[in-house]
Ligand binder design. Structure first.
Ligand SMILES: Nc1ncnc2c1ncn2[C@@H]1O[C@H](COP(=O)(O)OP(=O)(O)OP(=O)(O)O)[C@@H](O)[C@H]1O
Length: 251
């Protein structure tokens, strides 16, 4: 079996008495989309933050391409090739779409924005940003102010910012949130192809997208993974139906 690119072992995180991540282990293999689903408050975002480096775990280890990255910060992880999209937009609304694609990528790679003008004239970065915008279908909006984009276009721009750094794996926190049926179908098609370039750990509430895309699905309930399997296995899993749907109805 192919070695996983990302491997999480025994991750734990508590907030006071609340165990938000309870001994979580999972892998993301080359070429796959591994979806992480679970009811609101299950701990999905908390887990993504620990993998991205923004939140230190209490215990457990994270390996990326065989290297233990548990002690690295967000910038070092982004530089190592871990790309990320956010649940809440991290875009600078007054900047143009192209400026966001360039500066957002640089910010994640830890570069300082002090030399705004030289950065904007960096042709290599500009080309990488334009090519990322083309891939998500935003090239015609490059010169537009980000504040004037629709909600769906801003989500596409988030993906373009992550793409500009040409990551080797993606962490995506609800990329479909707030997209209409068209937008989420388009993004689904895009992610479908993207997995071959860089595998994706995908947190998503849009179950149509999850079941259409995921090679494997892990179900998180109260901070614990209760099942991991293919879409068919997860659909048929009685524990998942009971715990997930029960908690969702109660929530
Ligand atoms: N910084 C924090 N301090 C205290 N509690 C927190 C903190 N961050 C998250 N929590 C709690 O940890 C639990 C998991 O939250 P988290 O946001 O990870 O869930 P989620 O599965 O991403 O939910 P959603 O689907 O609604 O985004 C929740 O009970 C939440 O209130």
């Amino acid at each position: 079996m192919t070695e996983p690119l990302l491997r999480i072992e025994g991750l734990r995180k508590s907030f006071g008495a609340l165990v938000a991540t309870d001994d979580v282990s999972l892998t993301v293999r080359p070429g796959e989309i591994h979806a992480l689903i679970g009811p609101n408050g299950a701990g999905k975002s908390t887990l993504i933050k620990q993998i991205a480096g923004g939140l230190p775990p209490d215990a457990g280890r994270i390996f990326f391409d065989g290297q233990d990255i548990t002690g690295l910060g967000t910038v070092a992880r982004a530089r190592a090739g871990l790309g990320r999209t956010f649940q809440i937009s991290s875009l600078a609304m007054e900047y143009t779409v192209l400026q966001n694609a360039m500066l957002g990528a640089l910010g994640r790679a830890g570069s300082v924005w002090r030399f705004f003008r030289p950065v904007m004239q960096d042709t290599g970065l500009r080309e990488a940003a334009m090519s990322a915008l083309e891939r998500v279908g935003l090239e015609e909006h490059a010169a537009q102010r980000t504040a004037d984009l629709s909600h769906g276009q801003r989500r596409q721009l988030e993906v373009a910012v992550a793409l500009t750094l040409q990551p080797r794996a993606f962490l995506m926190d609800e990329p479909m949130a707030g997209l209409g049926a068209d937008g989420s179908q388009r993004l689904t098609g895009f992610l479908d192809g993207l997995r071959h370039e860089a595998p994706i750990l995908l947190v998503e509430h849009d179950m149509d997208a999850v079941f259409a895309l995921a090679d494997r699905i892990s179900v998180l309930v109260y901070g614990r993974i209760i099942a991991t399997g293919t879409a068919a296995e997860i659909r048929a899993n009685a524990d998942v139906r009971e715990a997930y749907l029960g908690a969702e109805e109660a929530g």
